[in-house]
Design a protein around this ligand. Structure first.
Ligand SMILES: [Zn+2]
Length: 309
């Protein structure tokens, strides 16, 4: 299975349009020791022909243009993208669907609750179903595995298993609406298994880490994990106010009960942070934080990286 990292930053990207933090400022000034990044986007393919997007980032159009494997191959209208698997209704995980509205058939795999938010509450996504044979919405359940299908409806060789990571819907979903949805479908992680047996655990947003999650991650060959914030009060330090990382649904990397410590026991998988916020000091490759992550056996994903499992 080929795994392509098309984007590796958190919502807003790096640099973020309205951000003048130390990282964003010095990246724009050309003095930053590190790389810019588009918003997190991963694509997987078992055979190099049918590709599946894990979520759909606001930067998707640019990311497809940077990735020849995802571009049309024959005919006037064509795409190797056979499907999109959604793990949450966050804007930076779904906005890219609107860049796929040009009447191209593909499948959208999501929980029933997520599908209701997109199709019943947000009429703009109706553009994905203007004609028959456009987007096919596939409901996925929290138990059991399901195959990702090629456009012809054949198994692609990739099977997925989704699991609940949290119960908070994005802020644009009202409390009244959320009460009509299943709380456990608000935020999912996904285990993606290739025909080779290789396993990718994809978790771009993780509010907390427990033993059950640790055991699951130990069965993976590659873990792409929430690297949004270095410290719990990172945004408050930069902006002078705001929410903590944990309040925003992201376990930070540093501190007690944080991800570097909680995941230190993982032995089997290769460990890579994705969804890195532009304020995170580990983006600076000359920083002690970047060195600390490397010493702990982690890598910080960059746009354009790929893996084979
Ligand atoms: Zn910034």
């Amino acid at each position: 299975m080929r795994i392509a990292i098309l984007g590796s930053a958190a919502g807003g990207g790096f640099p973020q349009w309205n951000c003048n933090c130390r990282n964003c400022h010095s990246l724009r000034a050309g003095s930053f020791c590190g790389k810019g990044r588009t918003q997190t986007q991963v694509a997987v393919s078992n055979d190099g022909r049918a590709w599946f997007l894990l979520n759909a980032s606001p930067d998707l159009r640019l990311q497809i243009e940077r990735t020849p494997e995802l571009q049309p191959r024959s005919g006037v209208r064509d795409s190797p993208i056979a499907g999109v698997l959604l793990t949450s209704a966050d804007i930076d995980q779904i906005a890219g669907l609107l860049s796929l509205r040009e009447l191209q058939p593909f499948r959208i795999y999501s929980s029933p609750s997520l599908q209701r938010i997109l199709r019943e509450d947000n009429s703009v996504f109706g553009m994905l179903n203007r004609v028959p044979q456009q987007a096919s919405w596939m409901e996925i359940a929290l138990e059991g595995t399901f195959p990702l299908l090629t456009m012809a409806g054949d198994p692609s060789g990739i099977c997925c298993e989704v699991f609940s990571l949290g119960n908070k819907y994005p802020k644009y979903v009202s409390a009244e609406r959320a009460a009509t949805l299943k709380a456990e479908e608000a935020l999912l992680g996904v285990m993606v298994t290739a025909s080779s047996g290789g396993r990718l655990a994809y978790l771009p947003a993780v509010p907390a880490i427990d033993d059950r999650l640790l055991q699951l991650l130990e069965t993976a060959d590659l873990v792409l994990f929430d690297g949004t914030f270095w410290s719990d009060d990172e945004l408050i330090q930069v902006q002078g106010s705001g929410a903590t990382a944990r309040e925003m649904g992201h376990v930070p990397l540093s501190g007690s009960d944080a991800s570097l410590q909680a995941l230190a026991g993982l032995r089997r998988p290769r460990k890579v942070f994705v969804h890195v916020n532009n304020t995170n000091p580990m983006l600076d490759e000359s920083s002690p934080e970047y060195r600390q992550v490397g010493t702990a056996g982690w890598e910080v994903a960059e746009d354009g990286w790929s893996f084979n499992l």
